[in-house]
Write a new protein. Structure first.
Length: 322
């Protein structure tokens, strides 16, 4: 019997002697055993879990599945994860309760030139936002909101790392530095926007014009609006400057899109990047990895040089930037 098997067997005996924790997660191991406790740290190669009488390091490769321990009581379906972000079969609810439940996963993203919104996708502090929120910037701060005795408490964290960029899709992946006294609370991503129907309720959480933790509610006007060659979800939920990069939720509390833009001068004409684009970006994030020596990376496509004609020959030509 190898060393890990011995550890796993001893854990089964150990856990049988202590009561289950009331909060945390269930880790189902490939060996057939399971652990229940609070996740202290969630890293790419290991998960650190507090099982009540000990703090354990479990290699990620040994974990088969992760579940919410209160799933049967709350109706929360099994949590599925690919090791980087999560999705779950959540029960339908209302905007008030969902905003209270998942509001801690929405953050304010600030740079010297402006601000936007974002949302946490895992316990390692990775966040999604729009590319245009942080474009050309390297000094990024994130404000996190934690529920306290008197409501939500604000905490700003600086030195946020840029991980990946996709200017074409207007998506960016950033990472908040690890905090010893803080556990990040991620949101759940929908499997696809294909189940979204025209007329379905939707709501956004963000910081429009700097008004923190604003919630706006509407419906899905259309699920396949073609703008500049990309498909967007169109919604009547109010989207304003500062909402960019924030989540668009359905009434199951799943993120179905990333709020991105609105029609200037129009009301109820907001647009969100569909979750399928977001998942594809995250699944292939290495292809869009940020190069700290080039603040314009990922890929940047320039317009082709203008063809010389008799009218332009001999005249200076100004290069247009994309």
């Amino acid at each position: 019997m190898n060393r890990f098997a011995l550890i796993a067997v001893s854990l089964v005996v150990l856990l049988s002697l202590v009561p289950s924790l009331s909060a945390g997660e269930i880790l189902e191991l490939k060996s057939g055993h399971s652990l229940e406790g609070e996740i202290i740290r969630d890293r790419p190669d290991e998960v650190i879990i507090d099982v009540g009488v000990a703090i354990l390091r479990i290699p990620t490769e040994k974990i088969a599945r992760r579940r919410d321990p209160d799933a049967e009581e709350t109706g929360l379906g099994e949590t599925e994860t690919n090791g980087f972000y999560r999705s779950a079969n959540l029960p339908q609810s209302n905007v008030r309760d969902l905003a209270a439940r998942f509001g801690e996963g929405v953050v304010l993203v600030q740079t010297p030139s402006g601000l936007g919104s974002g949302f946490i996708i895992n316990e390692m502090g990775y966040c999604m936002t729009n590319h245009h929120v942080i474009a050309g910037e390297t000094r990024i701060a994130v404000t996190i909101y934690r529920r306290g005795n008197s409501g939500f408490e604000r905490r700003q964290i600086e030195k946020v790392k840029i991980v990946a960029l996709n200017p074409f899709l207007d998506l960016a992946l950033i990472q908040i530095p690890e905090q010893d006294d803080l556990t990040f609370k991620p949101v759940y991503l929908a499997e696809s926007e294909q189940e979204v129907r025209v007329g379905d309720p939707a709501f956004a959480i963000g910081s429009p014009l700097g008004l923190e933790r604003s919630v706006s509610e509407g419906i899905i006007s259309t699920k396949n609006r073609n703008l500049r060659g990309l498909i967007y979800l169109q919604t009547t939920a109010q989207i304003n400057p500062g909402n960019s990069g924030g989540p668009l939720f359905n009434l199951r509390g799943q993120v179905i899109g990333v709020t991105s833009m609105k029609v200037l001068g129009g009301e109820g004409l907001g647009f969100a990047i569909p979750i399928s684009y977001v998942r594809h970006f995250l699944d292939n994030r290495e292809a869009f990895s940020y190069d700290r020596n080039n603040p314009n990376s990922g890929f940047r496509y320039l317009d082709a040089p203008r063809r010389k004609t008799k009218r332009t020959e001999g005249l200076p030509v100004t290069e247009s930037s994309s």
